[in-house]
Ligand binder design. Structure first.
Ligand code: ADE
Ligand code: ZN
Length: 324
């Protein structure tokens, strides 16, 4: 079964490129850029990667992203992730990036997007992996700052497949960003948003109704509202679920409690993703394997989850069909 899961063609739709920064590359970039790190060695990093909730993780994740300085750094980060995709039978990936994490530190938008985009082009040419880029707004910052980054991104619109919303969920509901998402829609950018990870079902409703998102990232708390589950099912709104992330951040205390297969059996359009693989103990295949080991996921369920991942992608219909 593990061999089957590893070789099964799949797409990944919920991956933060900054969350794919492995400790080894973090040390290499810190050295290259002459920057201090709060860790003596790799063992100290492993010790630090224990989180009680989303915010515990985000504090460490933003601090680590500070080693990314040059265009080459962003290239190396992205290329390392895409090589993993090749090893894991990920044929297509939709990649989140958080430009504000970098522009706030004085790194230009161009440095970030040019480094990432060059790696995406090389992966298409050399590895045959297709990818799309989704720009996320940091929801702990203001709507004005989100609007500013959207304006700054507008010359690069052709390189973006959509916009998203991430970072600290509780206290930063979707409606804070209604105008920003209206502006993105006017620019022709489709939307997704993190909702129902730590936040309540109401955040999922508002992401759908106010931000007009096409997919919900995480969304696992939808089960607290039966009417919402019915709408997600009826409209086949995809949920990009991240099992290892959810257990590492204590959304579920144990993988045996995870609801992804229940949702799948109810007919909800769920997919499996890694979120921040360098922090949560694995890439997309390790997430599939965890579902097999803790929840006895069947082969048929795994295949359905993989099919969902292609169907839920932002690829044009023809390209989707070619991968299915
Ligand atoms: N940024 C990176 N990973 C995230 C997550 N799981 N939730 C919210 N924001 C994030
Ligand atoms: Zn995420």
């Amino acid at each position: 079964m593990i061999d089957f899961l590893t070789k099964m063609p799949k797409a990944e739709l919920h991956l933060h490129i900054e969350g794919s920064l492995e400790p080894e590359l973090m040390f290499e970039l810190a050295q290259r850029n002459n920057l201090p790190l709060p860790y003596a060695d790799l063992e100290a990093v492993r010790q630090a990667y224990q989180f009680g909730n989303l915010q515990d993780f985000l504090d460490i994740y933003y601090a680590s992203a500070a080693v990314l300085i040059t265009e080459q750094d962003f290239y190396d980060l992205t290329w390392a992730y895409l090589k993993k995709c090749a090893e894991q039978s990920v044929l297509h990936s939709e990649i989140f990036f958080d430009p504000q994490t970098h522009t706030q530190r004085g790194i230009s938008f161009a440095t970030v997007i040019n480094g990432i985009s060059r790696a995406l082009a090389d992966a298409k040419a050399q590895l045959g992996i297709s990818s799309l880029l989704i720009m996320c707004f940091l929801r702990h910052l203001s709507a004005e700052e989100a609007m500013q980054i959207l304006v700054e991104a507008s010359p690069y619109k052709a390189q973006l497949a959509g916009v998203g919303l991430d970072s600290s969920e509780l206290g930063h509901p979707p409606e804070k960003f209604t105008e920003v998402f209206e502006m993105a829609a006017e620019m022709g950018l489709p939307a997704v948003a993190h909702a129902g990870e730590e936040g309540p079902a109401e955040y999922i409703w508002n992401a759908l109704n106010l931000l007009k998102v096409r997919r919900i990232d995480h969304g696992v708390r939808c089960v607290e509202d039966a009417e919402l589950v019915a709408v997600l099912k009826e409209k086949q709104i995809p949920l990009t679920v991240c099992p290892l992330s959810n257990t590492k951040l204590k959304v579920f205390q144990d993988m045996s409690e995870h609801n992804i297969l229940d949702l799948l059996e109810q007919g909800v359009n769920v997919t499996v993703n890694s979120d921040d693989p360098a922090y949560f103990g694995g890439y997309v295949n390790e997430n599939f394997i965890a579902l097999f080991e803790a929840l006895s996921m069947s082969r048929a369920q795994a295949v359905k989850l993989a099919q969902n991942s292609f169907k839920a992608s932002f690829l044009p219909q023809q390209e989707k069909q070619a991968l299915l």
